[in-house]
Design a protein around this ligand. Structure first.
Ligand code: KPL
Length: 315
């Protein structure tokens, strides 16, 4: 089995994947985007990607690209930025390229994917990531970075050898986007989960930008209800949590990423399945495991499920 040159492969064609692909390519790091088919690979290589930064500055770069089914060399560094529910199926397509030297960073919304991946690929060394960057796709080749955030990575089900931790986070930070290792990622993952629980379903249901959640009045009432329930579940999980801090974090993110199109809003608009089962659905499952009720999160979950079920031909 030959080994791909150092650098990155990116699986998943969303906005966050696009940010990293552009940043790495612009920095001269070999980066290959794994695309659905040959045509999309050709277009991507020819036209490249443009990122509009929060200050209006533009970054253009042309990453390498190849169809996900092509290529046989084993992959060394893989950034997995698929939708949570598509992760295992997407990895199946490149299963023959995953070996003992592969390091797969799962940088996705929601929780529960690392365990699903570990069940299917018990020897694959996965690292879990979480980001507070916010971006959306304005056209197929153009990304708008609405908020400059942080990206943290940490151990998944199999611990990464200690000497590799900073090598991996630094390799990711070559993109020019922040990236660092966290020895105890669980709290950050929960904080991000709460942001997604509060912002994603509401922006998707009302078809509004994130900034709406920064408002006072009904927006604040909703955010508070989501966060109060989440804080109780976090405490039951043994994590430090206080509803007021969570509310402040949601309002700040909503404000700073005010013009962002949340990923769930983009999914609902495009008639795609949403990540609700890995976001509010995950919170509900944990609530249930602790014998807690989370009625606001339950209502948001059911509304999104109903919205998707009645999307009527949008898919
Ligand atoms: O992760 C996001 C998403 O849209 O999925 C946030 C952080 C809420 C930014 O929009």
């Amino acid at each position: 089995n030959t080994m791909s040159p150092s650098g990155w492969h990116i699986l998943g064609a969303g906005a966050i994947g696009g940010l990293y692909a552009t940043g790495l390519a612009a920095a001269g790091v070999p980066v290959t985007v794994l695309t659905r088919d040959t045509d999309s690979a050709a277009v991507l290589m020819r036209e490249g990607l443009t990122v509009e930064e929060p200050d209006g500055h533009e970054l253009h770069a042309r990453p390498l690209a190849e169809p996900v089914v092509a290529g046989g060399a084993s992959i060394r560094r893989l950034l997995v930025v698929t939708k949570a529910q598509d992760t295992v199926a997407a990895l199946e397509l490149i299963a023959h390229r995953l070996g003992p030297e592969t390091r797969a960073v799962l940088l996705q919304n929601g929780m529960g994917t690392a365990d699903a991946v570990h069940l299917r690929f018990p020897r694959l060394m996965t690292v879990i990531g979480t980001t507070t960057n916010a971006a959306y796709r304005s056209t197929p080749r153009r990304l708008v970075r609405a908020r400059r955030g942080e990206t943290w990575i940490g151990d998944g089900p199999l611990p990464l050898p200690v000497i590799e931790r900073h090598i991996l986070s630094e390799a990711l930070a070559e993109s020019g986007l922040h990236a660092a290792w966290d020895n105890d990622l669980k709290l950050r993952l929960w904080h991000k989960l709460v942001l997604n629980c509060a912002v994603n379903p509401v922006t998707a249901l009302l078809d509004v930008p994130n900034g709406v959640l920064a408002g006072t009045g009904p927006a604040r009432t909703l955010v508070a209800a989501v966060c109060i329930e989440a804080a109780a579940v976090m405490q039951a999980e043994g994590l430090p949590a206080d509803a007021r801090t969570l509310i402040e974090q949601v309002v700040r993110l909503a404000h700073e990423s005010g013009r962002n199109v949340s990923s769930m809003r983009a999914d609902v608009r495009a008639g795609r399945t949403t990540e609700i089962d890995f976001i509010n659905g995950y919170l509900l499952a944990r609530a249930q495991a602790h014998g807690l009720q989370a009625p606001c999160n339950r209502t948001l979950t059911e509304l999104i499920r109903l919205r998707t079920a009645t999307a009527g031909g949008a898919a």
